[in-house]
Design a protein. Structure first.
Length: 227
C-alpha cells in the first residue's frame, strides 16, 4: 500500500470513529447536549482535529442521517419479484421493514425519528433526494392499492401512509424506550398494529386527519441557518 492510499485509509478510519462516537453520544445524551469537544474527548482527539473532518456538529448529524436513510432505503428496496406481489402486501412489507430497521439500527432510528433537537434535514435538501424518492415510491404503492380496489377510492395515499407510519414508529419507540409491559412482545404488537391499521383502512372508515404540513423531507429550506 502506497503512502497516498494509507493516508486515505487512515483519514476514513478517523472519520468513521468520529461518526460512531457522535452517534452514541447523540442517542445517550441528546443531540443538543453534545459538543464537538465531547466527541473529541470520546475518541481522544482535539476539537480542532474534528473540524478538519466536519465543519460543525450539524454536519456530523447530516452525515449520520444520510447513512441511516441509505440503510433504510437499501432495506426497503423491493426485490425483483415484488412486482408479482399484491399492492397491499407490498405496503405491509414496506412498513414491516421500517420496524425491522428500528430493531437492527436502533441508534440511527432514534436520531432519524425520535430526537426533536436534531437539525432539520431539509437544510440539506439535495443530499436527501434519494430519501424523497423512497417516499414517492411508497406513496405510489399505496395509490396502487386504491386503483386495484384493495383500499377504498376515497382513500388519501398521503394520509394512509402517515397513519401506517405512526403506528409502526409508535411501537418501535415504546420498545426502544422500554415502555412495554413485562413479557409484552414488541414484534407481535408491531404486527398487530400494522394489520389492524390496514384492516381499518380497507374498511373505509372515515378518517379525521389530513395530509397536513409538509414532511421535513419535502420542505426545502433556502436559508442554511434555518432549523
Amino acid at each position: 500500500m502506497g503512502i497516498k492510499e494509507r493516508q486515505v485509509r487512515d483519514r476514513e478510519a478517523v472519520r468513521r470513529a468520529i461518526l460512531d462516537a457522535a452517534r452514541e453520544l447523540f442517542v445517550v445524551d441528546g443531540f443538543q447536549h453534545v459538543s464537538i469537544r465531547k466527541i473529541a474527548e470520546r475518541i481522544e482527539y482535539s476539537p480542532a482535529a474534528i473540524y478538519g473532518y466536519f465543519p460543525s456538529k450539524d454536519d456530523i448529524f447530516f452525515a449520520l442521517a444520510e447513512e441511516g436513510f441509505r440503510l433504510l432505503c437499501d432495506r426497503g428496496a423491493p426485490p425483483p419479484e415484488a412486482a408479482e406481489v399484491a399492492p397491499l402486501d407490498r405496503v405491509r412489507a414496506v412498513f414491516w421493514r421500517l420496524y425491522e430497521f428500528s430493531r437492527e439500527h436502533p441508534q440511527y432510528f432514534a436520531l432519524m425519528f425520535v430526537d426533536r433537537s436534531v437539525p432539520r434535514i431539509s437544510r440539506e435538501y439535495e443530499r436527501f433526494a434519494f430519501a424523497r424518492e423512497m417516499k414517492r415510491n411508497i406513496l405510489q404503492t399505496v395509490q396502487s392499492c386504491i386503483e386495484t380496489g384493495a383500499l377504498p377510492r376515497s382513500s388519501d395515499p398521503a394520509v394512509a401512509m402517515r397513519i401506517l407510519m405512526v403506528g409502526i414508529v409508535g411501537v418501535a419507540v415504546m420498545r426502544l424506550s422500554e415502555r412495554l409491559a413485562p413479557g409484552e412482545d414488541a414484534d407481535r404488537l408491531a404486527a398487530d398494529s400494522l394489520n389492524v391499521t390496514l384492516a381499518g383502512l380497507q374498511s373505509g372508515i372515515a378518517l379525521q386527519s389530513s395530509a397536513g404540513a409538509q414532511c421535513p423531507l419535502d420542505a426545502k429550506i433556502v436559508d442554511a441557518q434555518a432549523s
